[in-house]
Every structure is written in structure tokens, then in C-alpha cells.
Write a protein that binds this ligand. Sequence first.
Ligand code: OGA
Ligand code: MN
Length: 294
Amino acid sequence: MAIETRPLHPHIGAEMIGIDARRPLTPAEVAAVEAGMDRHAVLVLPRQDIDDEQQLAFSRNFGPLEEGANSTVRANELRLAPAFADVSNLDKDGARLARDNKRRMASLGNRLWHSDASFRAVPARYSLLSGRIVTTDAGNTEFADMRAAYDALDAGTKAEVEGLICEHSLIYSRQQLGFTEFLPDERVSMRPVLQRLVRTHPVTGAKSLYLSAHIGAVVGWPRPEAMAFVRDLMEHATQAQFVYVHRWTKHDLVIWDNRQTMHRVRRFDDLNIVRDMRRTTTRSDGPTVAQQAA
Ligand code: OGA
Ligand code: MN
């Protein structure tokens, strides 16, 4: 089938038709998806009625899978295989999470603008989110183009951000929402990692701002000054002209490049409505800061 791509926004996001995620891809199809991702940073593949095995197999075309995204959930409470990030509001028995459920508290962090796994030394490349049961008039997912945001900075700010290194941790993003219950071993596994604030895309050479709710410090800066600056950059980067709003249709498979986008989910009535979204994630080539290689 011929592959067709239709942009959904002036900067970011396109719909791609002609790929069947249930079947093995040819090298040409993999290359077409990657080229689409390099260009549009977000691809929407509609009508992909896939099961978990098919999602895993499809995702592996785009790099090694990141495992353990649910590391704060005990293994016997997982609803999905460990290679999935369960971003549904369901427990392992299919019941909606209670208001004070710990996993629900943690997943509220997805309402803050972020880039997946920016708190890992080797952060994420692609995230692939399959809409199994979707919400229609709320629970949209929004994507911000961090290339366009970088390009729109004035020259002085570009020079200022160029060499900066930020600390990222899940603790920082959760603290923003007042979530402070961390077990001692979680504090160890969530130790901050360093990431460059300006990234260069390995294929296109495009520069982008690497921002995320997981940022809690800028190396060498007083913390309040750092956080005020990061807030300014966040506000700049998430202006409407840089944002594609995705309204879900059942069986959409949405792929985003975490190296050049941020995203967030919008509020919905998660105590009463079921939203079953399953994410697989692939790893990027390496750390964004050379020293972390060891
Ligand atoms: C994610 C995420 C957004 C959503 O899967 O990484 O942030 O719409 N989810 O559920
Ligand atoms: Mn996310």
C-alpha cells in the first residue's frame, strides 16, 4: 500500500496512512516512518487495531525497548507486561484507580509538559501510544515542537542556553504536584541525571530545547534562578503556535519523538470514565551529556 502523509499543523504532527502495524514492516516502511518522524516529530497512524504483542513487535523496529517505566508499581500489581508504560486509569483487575491510589497520583504528572524518560541517563527516542479505549471530549494529548520553540528564541537567549546542563528526576516533577511519598530505594533509583538543554537531532541536525517537568536544577545556577528561567522557557515553548492538540479516536497509534517534542495529557474525569492507553518506548542512542557515558 502506498504511504501517504498529511500534515496536521504548520510545525508539528502528521497523519500517516498506508502502514499496517499488525504486520512485520519492510525496511522501506521503517525508513518511511523514521523519515516522517524526523520531519513531523509526531505521527498519527489511524485505525491500528493492535494487541500488545503487535505493539511490541512494531515498536522494536525503532530501537531497543525501554523497560521498567512502571518501576514504582509492584510487579504483582502490573496490568500490562513490563515493557509497557500503563498510562490507563485501570488497575490489574480492570477497575478504575481510586482517587488516592499511588499510581494515579504518579500518573497525574503526565498533565505537566514533559519529555518521556528525560530522567534516565539514556533517555527515550520514540514513544508509541495506542488508544485502546479513548476519551473524546477531554483527555486530549498535546504536543509542543521544541525545534520551533528553539528557532523562535532571540539570539541572546540562544547563546545563553547553548551550553547549559539540567538535572532531571521523577522526584522533581512529582514534587511540583506536591507528591512527596518516596521510598528510600525510590530516592536512589530516581537520582537526578544530567541532560543538555539544547539538543541537536542526529539526522536532521535541527536544534531543539530539551525541556521537561522533570527538570529541577541547572548545573552551576542558584536553584530559584534556574527554576524561574526554566519556567520562562516552558511558557515560551508551549505557546499555541508550537502545539498540536491530538483528539483521540479509538485505535489511533500516536508516535512522538521525545528528542524534539514535549507533551502532556489534559484533564478528564478519570474517576468515572475509562481511558485505556498503552505506551511502548524506545531508547535513544546515548546520553545527551558526554560524561554520563561511563
Ligand atoms: C505518556 C503520556 C499522555 C496521555 O504516555 O507518556 O504522557 O495522553 N501520556 O496519556
Ligand atoms: Mn509522557
